[in-house]
Design a protein around this ligand. Structure first.
Ligand code: FPP
Length: 253
């Protein structure tokens, strides 16, 4: 009545007054513990973690992020038991196959960062298809880090530059802090403003070492399978309160 909708109480914008990061990156941690706490195989935790990844992609779209990066499989993860590694490979393949329609209809561009040479061909084919099919999308970039290591990424970039020099296409002095990121896996993504690590550990674990140089870090105790949009919002609120000065005395414009 009187024009007041019964949804008025929902109309409050949870993002009001917040500083929204352009690029959020997440170290998805705690799947194994989530499963172990329930007496389930570790893979059950990864299956549940996949659902959390979907929730966070949806929230990132709603919040208007430009880019979301997720650490799905590190180079160190190859050392896990074979059945867990194989299970994760299948899970990533199934997830990307099943989510393609929704990624497409939501205008999400898929990128994959990592060495990838050791991945099963079936997974690489699905990833390649997703990259090609979504290359023109501009609403948000979903960057999957698979077979990824931060040091390896820097080494790969250095190797590529050395090859350019050897081929006579570049001079050593051409390399500087502005040009170097152009050699990394996702050269057109802005650096992450906010890096979130759930799962209770407070370390970087070889994640976006170059790109995260000026990121704000938020560590949360929640295990990844329990992570939802409220946790993303909590991290954005925390980020929003911090003053980013990039080493200077005042915040940049
Ligand atoms: C870390 O938890 C998580 C991983 C190594 C895998 C993350 C992968 C997914 C959530 C599936 C990805 C889905 C898509 C769409 C790519 P952990 O096993 O290290 O947990 P723990 O520290 O409790 O052992």
């Amino acid at each position: 009545m009187g024009g007041i909708s019964e949804h008025t109480h929902n109309a409050e914008d949870p993002l009001a007054g917040l500083h929204i990061p352009r690029h959020v990156a997440v170290i998805m941690d705690g799947n194994g513990r989530w499963a172990e706490e329930r007496g389930l195989p570790r893979l059950a935790g990864h299956v549940e973690g996949r659902k959390a990844t979907r929730r966070v992609v949806e929230a990132a779209l709603d919040f208007g992020l430009q880019a979301l990066s997720v650490y799905a499989f590190s180079m160190e993860n190859w050392r896990r038991p074979l059945d867990e590694v194989e299970g994760l490979m299948e899970l990533m393949q199934t997830a990307m196959t099943e989510e393609m329609d929704d990624l497409r209809s939501n205008k999400v561009r898929v990128l994959v960062s990592g060495r990838r040479a050791e991945l099963p061909k079936a997974l690489n084919d699905v990833l390649e298809f997703a990259i090609q099919e979504t290359a023109q999308n501009t609403r948000m970039t979903f960057n999957l880090l698979i077979d990824y290591g931060g040091r390896a990424e820097i080494v790969d970039a250095a190797r590529r530059f050395a090859e350019e020099v050897q081929a006579g296409r570049a001079q050593p002095a051409d390399l500087d802090e502005e040009s170097f990121p152009g050699l990394l896996y996702a050269p057109d993504l802005p650096d992450p403003d906010l890096i979130i690590r759930p799962g209770g550990e407070k370390r970087i674990s070889n994640f976006l070492l170059w790109e995260g140089a000026y990121a704000e870090y938020v560590f949360l105790d929640v295990l990844w399978p329990d992570f939802d949009r409220e946790h993303l919002l909590e991290a954005i609120r925390d980020y929003s309160k911090r003053q980013r000065r990039f080493g200077a005395l005042t915040e940049p414009e």
